[in-house]
Design a protein around this ligand. Structure first.
Ligand SMILES: CC(C)(COP(=O)(O)OP(=O)(O)OC[C@H]1O[C@@H](n2cnc3c(N)ncnc32)[C@H](O)[C@@H]1OP(=O)(O)O)[C@@H](O)C(=O)NCCC(=O)NCCS
Length: 184
């Protein structure tokens, strides 16, 4: 069943959420799609701490029952260039139900409306069709294709560099506010 956007919340990613993140990172599909090797709990803690140190914006995704279903972040935030990259990982059992689309929309809104970024970008593996479809649906454009850039499970995969500009984002919280009317 698809979820309703109004029931999904982004909130601060807390220390007690690291345990869940450790499980998601070690899921076999996550390793294949995102390209990581299995990680220990300690490495997961360090991963989160590094993000906090870098001043990445790291948020938890909460479902209609106030349960954590994933995390999403803006990283490499460079205000002098008006850009940041975005990343997302959902709990395996919460994928394919619309949480990814909703959380991405909310985070892109934050990036463009509150942080006043000019561009949001990401990289994703060619094998990750679900992610690529999601990003294209949101308006991200493939700006570059890096050949045989990632190795997973016995073969090399291309990596896609994708981006969206604030001027191309017209889906502010799905509340009908267009870029044109915001600027008027
Ligand atoms: C990628 C991810 C964030 C997508 O979130 P999601 O909640 O599963 O995706 P949604 O249900 O919102 O679906 C988004 C779009 O993906 C596409 N999609 C969904 N399931 C799909 C599948 N099995 N195969 C191909 N495309 C699929 C559809 O186009 C869908 O849009 P639609 O519902 O309008 O048809 C999530 O699956 C995830 O965390 N995957 C593992 C980690 C990962 O890959 N992170 C991104 C790294 S770049």
């Amino acid at each position: 069943m698809r979820v309703d956007s109004s029931n999904v919340k982004l909130r601060a990613f807390e220390t007690e959420d690291v345990k869940a993140l450790h499980g998601w990172l070690n899921d076999a599909d996550s390793i294949a799609l995102v390209g990581r090797t299995p990680v220990t709990y300690e490495q997961t803690v360090q991963h989160v701490e590094k993000k906090q140190k870098n001043k990445d914006l790291v948020l938890g995704i909460e479902n209609e029952d106030h349960q954590l279903v994933g995390w999403i972040f803006l990283q490499n935030i460079e205000f002098e260039h008006g850009r940041a990259s975005i990343g997302i990982l959902l709990a395996p059992e919460s994928r394919g139900r619309g949480y990814g689309s909703i959380a991405m929309r909310k985070m892109i809104d934050i990036g463009f409306q509150q942080l006043r970024l000019h561009k949001i970008y990401l990289t994703t593996r060619g094998i990750n069709q679900q992610a690529i479809r999601l990003y294209q649906k949101l308006g991200f454009i493939i700006e570059g294709q890096l050949r045989d850039h990632a190795y997973s499970d016995g073969r090399y995969y291309d990596t896609y560099f994708m981006g969206i500009l604030a001027s191309e984002w017209s889906d502010y919280s799905g509340n009908g506010t267009s870029v044109t009317s915001m600027q008027a």
